[in-house]
Design a protein around this ligand. Structure first.
Ligand code: FPP
Length: 251
């Protein structure tokens, strides 16, 4: 069945079937919460709170479209530079989200995973995430990866150290080291690389997010601030992805 893709400006362009060529893995840099709040004369935390509503909408939309994996950049290793009050607020959001929506996630066969350095997080955040991971580990629907205290350079450095340690312990030989093997030392071990990266909020940078994994990912940048990002904008990004020709360096 051929469906209309609303963002198409040229009516003669080939209209794609939405059900085909759905990205298997979508990664999102959810930016613009602070500006959303500032525009309304509200404190920054109000933007993060509203951003949580977008998370709920986009998880549902991704599930509906049969996306297999969704990775959300929730807190970076660089975000520790923010004021303590804001950090505390952001780090409480996963627990708040899971407290309300975990039953829904379980009912919808969603599997929850986390990437990032969990040890430095507040115990209550860590426990809430670990509980969600354990409760959903057998689900085989959408996998929701929460990237929390995540930094890609640190991830790559630690992976390198772990790999060298295995070489020194003779658990691994230098000849066995290839891209696939190295990937197994990353937080994303066993996960497919993202097919599509969406960054909201108008900035066009990666902010230390999945630098290795995004090598051949399609990027979609939008000026829409994360709290305003809804199913409509998500479907537009999907439509944009469906127009791309992925050549992986070939012709
Ligand atoms: C970036 O906007 C946003 C963050 C650092 C926090 C994002 C976190 C959430 C939306 C909550 C997610 C929760 C779960 C459970 C996945 P910004 O503050 O940098 O915005 P600005 O650029 O306008 O200042």
């Amino acid at each position: 069945m051929v469906m209309k893709v609303p963002f198409l400006k040229n009516r003669n362009e080939k209209v794609h079937d939405r059900k085909q060529n759905i990205p298997e893995h979508i990664a999102i840099i959810m930016d613009g919460n602070g500006r959303w709040a500032g525009k309304r004369g509200m404190p920054r935390f109000a933007g993060h709170k509203e951003g949580l509503s977008s998370v709920v909408k986009i998880v549902k939309a991704a599930d509906k479209c049969k996306v297999k994996m969704l990775t959300l950049y929730t807190f970076s290793t660089e975000n520790w530079k923010r004021p303590k009050r804001e950090i505390d607020f952001i780090l409480k959001l996963p627990k708040e989200f899971l407290h309300v929506y975990l039953p829904d996630m379980i009912a919808n066969n969603v599997r929850i995973e986390a990437i990032g350095n969990m040890e430095e997080l507040p115990v209550s955040t860590r426990e809430a995430i670990q509980f969600a991971i354990n409760s959903t580990k057998d689900n085989d629907g959408l996998q929701l990866n929460i990237a929390l205290n995540y930094g890609s350079k640190q991830e790559i450095m630690n992976a390198m150290k772990d790999m060298f340690a295995d070489i020194l312990d003779s658990k691994l030989s230098l000849d066995e080291v290839d891209e696939q093997h190295f990937s197994g030392y990353l937080h994303t071990a066993g996960m497919p690389n993202p097919d599509l990266l969406i960054r909201t909020g108008g900035e066009k940078r990666l902010s230390n997010f999945l630098l290795w994994q995004l090598a051949y990912t399609e990027f979609c940048f939008t000026d829409v601030l994360w709290p305003d990002f809804s199913e409509k904008e998500f479907m537009e990004a999907l439509g944009e992805y469906q127009q791309r020709k992925r050549r992986y360096g070939g012709l």
